[in-house]
Write a protein that binds this ligand. Structure first.
Ligand SMILES: [Zn+2]
Length: 414
């Protein structure tokens, strides 16, 4: 068999020639492939991406615009790459990230400086005969011949094809009558979210707090608790909304941790902030925050431009959202501020509002909690501390108790 390279013209390409050989090898050994090194080389005209793998796997490469990205879809690959891999770009690549995109689906997303064409994609045996080298070149191209949208269908269908990531925290059957609560740890898998100076990832912090909150809420016996994700897997914003409406939740709590750049006060700004939904942001910082969090799907290589057409529909839905639901969200936000105060520092303006996509629920009161700032050294220490995570989960549980006891008592009802 010719182990040469495959010349590629189209923007979306399946690297298939050598593939099945390696797949068989992997299948026989019943092993999961691991990636041990990822690197960039070359210049602004031609940049080579290389991924060292323990086994050959089927890979699919395609490009997306708005912003320009190259997406590589792989099966269940375990990434064992050194910390910080991908943070610094080179040549035509500004940065890249990697991780699970869905159960048993891995993805690498490269942010490119402009439109690129993929060439010479190949999976070949490593020179020393150990492992596989997956590599391809990116060369500059003009927007017209870029083949915009070539990868769109694939990228758009992926999240729908992925199995729902929600898991019912208690193994008991759903008990009717109990308030249903959806805990939504932000980001996950390929989307790491914000990063601290010591490489602490937002996705890991919010998953740990989310699980702890799930445990505490479940142990009260008063709630039916669900999570949008309970492992390190990517869940799209639409999936999160879908899971919430499918479960008919009574309260939706999205967990995040913010990060600021040096010029925006990375060292000094700290504390928790609670966001509720509003088409008009309460202030510039809230607007930027929503923009950042809404970019999660872009980060993971979804073609968000594709779904922009239904923005109008979403906005109509939003208009139809009962004023009551918004009032309940505000009530819960108030309860949270009261309870969180005792557990953690709050931001100077702890209650803000902006157009967070994940809060666009038509029926459920919802809040998004930024637990603190990964860019602030003191906050980072807290966010990384298991006792603090217990404490903050305890305060959120107390706020939920307070909120539902008031609702049951009818004091805030119509
Ligand atoms: Zn976030």
């Amino acid at each position: 068999m010719r182990a040469g390279t495959v010349g590629l013209q189209a923007a979306r390409v399946a690297v298939a020639v050598l593939m099945h050989v390696w797949i068989c090898a992997g299948a026989l050994a019943n092993e999961t492939a691991s990636a041990t090194r990822a690197s960039l080389s070359g210049d602004q005209h031609r940049t080579t991406f290389q991924l060292d793998l323990s086994l050959g796997v089927p890979a699919e490469i395609y490009t997306l615009a708005n912003p320009y990205r190259v997406v590589i879809d792989l099966p269940d690959v375990e990434f064992r790459l050194p910390d910080g891999t991908g943070q610094n770009g080179s040549g035509l690549v500004r940065a890249f990230r990697y991780g699970l995109f869905a159960e048993k689906k891995a993805r690498v997303v490269l942010d490119t400086t402009g439109p690129v064409r993929i060439e010479r994609a190949a999976m070949t045996a490593a020179a020393q005969g150990k492992g596989i080298v997956f590599a391809f070149d990116m060369v500059t191209t003009d927007p017209a011949s870029f083949g915009v949208g070539t990868g769109a269908a694939k990228a758009a269908e992926d999240p729908a094809a992925a199995p729902p990531a929600a898991t019912q925290e208690p193994q008991k059957p759903k008990s009717h009558g109990k308030p249903v609560i959806m805990i939504d740890p932000g980001h996950g898998g390929i989307d790491g979210g914000a990063v601290s100076a010591s490489s602490l990832l937002e996705k890991d912090v919010v998953l740990a707090v989310g699980k702890e909150l799930g445990r505490q809420l479940t142990s009260t016996g008063r709630y039916d608790v669900h999570m949008t994700r309970s492992s390190d897997v990517f869940v799209s914003l639409d999936q999160r909304l879908g899971l919430s409406s499918k479960q008919g939740v009574d309260l939706f709590i999205s967990l995040h941790a913010d990060s600021l750049s040096a010029e925006n006060g990375a060292q000094t700004v700290r504390g928790a902030t609670i966001y509720t939904l509003s088409e008009r942001a309460s202030d510039e910082q809230a607007r930027r925050m929503a923009e950042k969090e809404n970019a999660s799907d872009l980060v993971a290589g979804l073609n968000v431009a594709d779904s922009e057409g239904d923005d109008e529909v979403k906005s109509i839905l939003f208009d139809l959202m009962k004023r009551e639901t918004a009032n309940f969200s505000a009530d819960f936000s108030n309860a949270l501020v009261r309870k969180l105060k005792a557990a953690t520092p709050l931001a100077r303006e702890p209650q803000r509002a902006a157009a967070f996509k994940v809060l666009k629920q038509t029926h459920a009161p919802s809040v998004l909690v930024e637990l603190g700032y990964l860019s602030n050294p003191e906050d980072e220490k807290l966010l990384n501390s298991p006792p603090w995570r217990k404490k903050i989960a305890g305060s959120i549980t107390a706020a939920i108790d307070s909120y539902f006891s008031r609702r049951t008592a009818g004091s805030t009802g119509p």
